[in-house]
Write a protein that binds this ligand. Structure first.
Ligand SMILES: [Zn+2]
Length: 241
């Protein structure tokens, strides 16, 4: 009963998804949430979800892509996303390694509004913008939030107590994520891969089966069995999505 709440199976690095999905199932993965990052990738996400039952669709607009599109194109995509009934909005967020922060923020706020309207979770990407994300969450108070691969300062955690954190398999090599898991209660943890990125072994293509690696590590840190950890994370997933 493992879940991968954030990955990108539509990425061109995945040539054939059949074996990827097979390995995920074999590892015990029951749900994979593919996160669309642009208009074309949102549509690829839909195709993948039609083909594989265990894959669910989150639709969004990656901040690095937002700045490449016109306002009217983004508005149109927002309307289209609303009609598709996604399970969540993602990948959305702020990434200040890219420019046009005002434009990024304008649409991040629109996605928060849409999430409230549809009553679905927001799966948020943030890089070099964690403080701003926390401020906006404090201001708008969206009810269902997942911060994916959160690499901001851990002292920000106490300002976002109702928020879920999805943890990638690179936790095995990352003191930051190990510390995050220590600090965040088990009731607020989820698992993800961000596949094909963030592989537990450097240079490899990450895939949903690797959430098993994350669960094992979280269990170790929390001092519980892998089975208990799997159940707890699945319950978190069910409660949120
Ligand atoms: Zn991602």
């Amino acid at each position: 009963m493992l879940v991968d709440v954030h990955c990108h199976l539509d990425d061109s690095r995945f040539e054939d998804l059949d074996p990827v999905i097979e390995r995920a199932k074999k590892a015990g993965v029951v749900t994979v949430i593919n996160n669309g990052a642009s208009p074309s990738r949102n549509r690829k996400t839909l195709d993948i979800c039609k083909k594989y039952k265990i894959v669910k669709k989150a639709l969004g607009f990656y901040p690095g892509e937002i700045i490449e599109f016109s306002d009217s194109d983004i508005e149109e995509e927002l309307k289209w996303i609303e009609k598709q009934k996604p399970i969540a909005l993602g990948e959305i967020g702020l990434d200040f390694t890219f420019g046009e922060h005002e434009k990024q923020e304008k649409y991040f706020r629109k996605f928060i509004e849409l999430g409230a309207k549809l009553d679905i979770p927001l799966i948020i990407h943030t890089r070099k913008a964690e403080r701003r994300i926390v401020e906006i969450l404090e201001e708008l108070k969206p009810r269902k939030v997942v911060l994916h691969c959160f690499s901001g300062k851990l002292k920000l955690l106490k300002r976002v107590e109702g928020v879920y954190f999805s943890v990638p398999p690179i936790i095995v090599n990352s003191v930051h994520f190990q510390e995050l898991v220590k600090k965040v209660p088990l009731t607020r943890l989820l698992t993800e891969t961000d596949a094909p990125w963030m592989a537990p072994v450097k240079g490899e293509i990450n895939e949903p089966a690797n959430v098993a690696v994350t669960v094992k590590e979280i269990a170790k840190i929390k001092g519980i069995t892998v089975e208990e950890c799997t159940k707890a994370i699945y319950a978190n997933y069910q409660g949120l999505f």
